[in-house]
Design a protein around this ligand. Structure first.
Ligand code: B12
Length: 212
């Protein structure tokens, strides 16, 4: 079994004591950090997601595997950095109000930072007014990225865009959305500037949006 596959099994089984060593072993085996991230850390969470949907695993298992994944991501993070000193652009990211899912958002932030963006991460369960305030306080911010994983919380993205409009800030930033329940049609409906399905394409889109 390759070290990446071993890592994926460890994350899926939530073996937090073994994660760091497994990431190191995958690095020593000569795997690219991005492959370790995608196949060793993200893939097992997606597998668990499907098992959760089918009722084969429950919230506690998800939580422990999420923690294992986060530990692995922290370990691989320094190896993903490009070392660029110039900043490509500045973004504010968060998971919207009422939503506690931050794995996907954290991955987007991680890859944006690795690509050379400066990101202010407001965390999860962030109210529209707090996003507006953060844009007001940072007049060099070009992008606002919002993540939602629940069909009940995705409408907070619309509320945030409206709050930005009311504050007279909508034209100052590009708004990017993502997360499982949203799609391009929803992005168009709420007047977002962009939508993508994964972290690498989010980086590409951010690069495009800031020159647009
Ligand atoms: C892990 C998980 C949890 C963990 C979250 C831990 C954490 N810190 O994030 C915990 C256990 C806390 C949890 C709780 C709940 N969850 Co949950 N959870 C999941 C699960 C299994 C995986 C989500 C995940 O992390 N995926 C992996 C990441 C890498 O993928 P991602 O988030 O989609 O992100 C990628 C893209 O979407 C994109 N992206 C993400 N954000 C952004 C933002 C921008 C700007 C861009 C451009 C791109 C982008 O890039 C990311 C990286 O490639 C999903 C099932 C699934 N298959 O999605 C259910 C799921 C989202 N959960 C669900 C539910 C119902 C709940 C609970 C209500 C369960 C409960 N009864 O308590 C609670 C809600 C808590 C709350 N208020 O938020 C449902 C939602 C159903 C719905 N239609 O609304 C799902 C779909 C499971 C299901 N099939 O029923 N959950």
């Amino acid at each position: 079994m390759s070290k990446i596959t071993e890592l994926a099994v460890i994350v899926e089984e939530g073996r937090i004591d073994d994660v760091i060593a497994a990431v190191d072993a995958a690095v020593e085996e000569g795997n690219a950090p991005m492959d370790i991230l995608n196949a060793g850390l993200i893939a097992p969470i997606n597998i668990l997601g499907e098992k959760f949907r089918l009722g084969e695993v429950y919230v506690p298992e998800l939580l422990i595997s999420s923690k294992a994944m986060k530990m692995g991501v922290d370990q691989i993070k320094p190896l993903l950095a490009t070392g660029d000193v110039t900043t490509l652009g500045k973004a504010i990211f968060c998971t919207v109000e009422g939503d506690m899912h931050d794995i996907g958002k954290n991955l987007v932030v991680l890859l944006l930072e690795s690509a050379g963006f400066e990101v202010i991460d407001l965390g999860m369960d962030v109210e529209p007014d707090d996003i507006v305030e953060a844009v007001q306080e940072n007049d060099d911010v070009q992008i606002v990225g919002m993540s939602a994983m629940l069909t009940t919380t995705m409408y907070a993205m619309k509320e945030t865009i409206e709050a930005l409009e009311e504050a007279g800030l909508r034209d100052r930033v590009k708004v990017l959305i993502g997360g499982a329940p949203v799609n391009q049609m929803f992005a168009d409906q709420i007047g977002a500037d962009g939508y993508t399905t994964n972290a690498p394409s989010a980086v590409e889109l951010c690069k495009k949006l800031i020159v647009a």
